[in-house]
Design a protein. Structure first.
Length: 413
């Protein structure tokens, strides 16, 4: 079972496939399979998936006009969005392959849109951009001789060339020719030290990049800290078991943090209580199937002070983690309100290389709060920097350090 990655994807990926263009019949084959899945397998309490045929019919003109995989995906996802639920997304063959492999094709940068172009906020190690001397702080202002716009795509086929004009931090310009290559999009967790007493653990995703043994080693190092900042900003979620693994090193005694509600849970509740089964909080309280951390017997529990950082791109598993730590341990949450996209989902192949992510379970916190469409509200507000750069000012970390200092002096409530 997996949680959708909602954080904005800044890694420049591979070219759009042309499956729909080459095989026009693929459209109907994909649509038929989606209809079967959405009407028979998808589930969220209170959401009527039987209305799917009507919703997709409203997109008929856009679907027929679509000329490639990306345009087709966009048209179908517009219908999925009308369901009013998260975790319902069609993936193109190329994006499906990238998701499975954790790799993509591009020049190897993470970017952020600016009025004058694409600001480089991360350079992938050993990627084409790094080898060409592109660094964080550069701005890509032209691609193949054309000014960069919000819709400009850096993607392309593996081995293809792209000419970019880069504005350096000192205001000078440089023209650079790059060859697109395949590289990993995975960002493993990182542990750094803010000061002698404070460790910062960044978990970028609970997907493939989350290696339990590696994270356990990081936590073993973090045990030296008096304070720990768990940074879940831009973490769109991932696998349930990885979430349980992390919480198992922070929450003692495997205390439950919430309840997943599936179709059978609602059916059993209705049969047992005679109720309508529309109150998810009541269903969660009734259910004995609680979601708990996986305690590690080989690693001491972190016993220092802890805070969690979130933002509007923190979704799904990261929202469950933040809410669980807050509810069970009283851990303060710093940042901005999270995405409010908290459903368990699966990703299944549909046809012609396309995949569909669809929800199968809802979630309610141990204190009876449904997070889907609501999100996690921080205790202490902190703004994200306008431009994310290494070693730049970070209000979230600054406020976390201030919280620890106040706690040391006994000033926190």
């Amino acid at each position: 079972m997996a949680f959708v990655a909602l954080a904005a994807k800044f890694l420049c990926g591979q070219a759009i496939g042309q499956t729909v263009d080459v095989f026009p019949h693929a459209k109907q084959e994909v649509l038929d399979r989606i209809a079967s899945i959405m009407t028979q397998s998808a589930f969220v309490p209170g959401v009527d998936f039987t209305k799917w045929p009507g919703l997709i019919a409203e997109q008929k003109a856009a679907i027929e006009a679509s000329k490639n995989d990306e345009e087709f995906r966009t048209a179908v996802n517009a219908a999925l969005k009308k369901l009013g639920t998260s975790h319902a997304v069609l993936l193109t063959p190329r994006s499906s392959q990238a998701r499975r492999s954790g790799a993509t094709v591009g020049i190897g940068v993470s970017i952020q849109n600016l009025p004058e172009g694409f600001a480089v906020v991360r350079v992938v190690k050993d990627g084409p951009a790094e080898k060409a001397g592109i660094v964080v702080g550069d701005t890509i202002v032209q691609i193949d001789g054309k000014p960069v716009a919000a819709t400009t795509n850096l993607s392309g086929e593996e081995g293809s060339e792209v000419q970019i004009r880069v504005k350096r931090a000192d205001g000078t310009f440089e023209d650079i020719k790059l060859t697109r290559t395949k590289y990993s999009t995975l960002r493993p967790p990182e542990l750094t030290w803010v000061d002698a007493d404070t460790a910062l653990l960044k978990i970028y995703s609970f997907e493939t990049a989350y290696e339990p043994f590696y994270v356990a080693d990081l936590m073993r190092d973090a045990l030296r800290a008096k304070n720990l900042i768990l940074d879940l900003r831009y973490n769109g979620g991932g696998a349930v078991r990885n979430l349980q693994h992390l919480l198992g090193m922070l929450i003692p005694d495997s205390k439950p943090v919430g309840t997943f509600i599936r179709r059978s849970t609602v059916a059993d509740y209705i049969e047992s209580t005679g109720s309508e089964g529309t109150d998810v909080a009541a269903i969660a309280e009734w259910s004995e199937r609680k979601f708990k951390p996986l305690h590690r017997v080989d690693l001491p529990m972190f016993s220092g002070k802890l805070v969690v950082l979130i933002n509007k791109f923190s979704g799904s598993a990261s929202e469950i983690a933040a809410a669980g730590l807050h509810d069970v341990l009283g851990t303060p949450i710093i940042g901005a309100k999270s995405a409010g996209a908290v459903l368990a989902s699966v990703v299944d192949p549909v046809s012609n290389g396309f995949s569909l992510q669809y929800p199968i379970e809802d979630y309610v916190t141990i204190k009876g709060m449904r997070l889907e469409g609501i999100g996690v509200t921080p205790d202490i507000l902190a703004q994200d920097p306008n431009l994310r750069q290494p070693n730049g000012a970070d209000e979230g970390i600054t406020k976390a350090v201030a919280y620890f200092a106040a706690a040391k002096q006994g000033k926190n409530n």
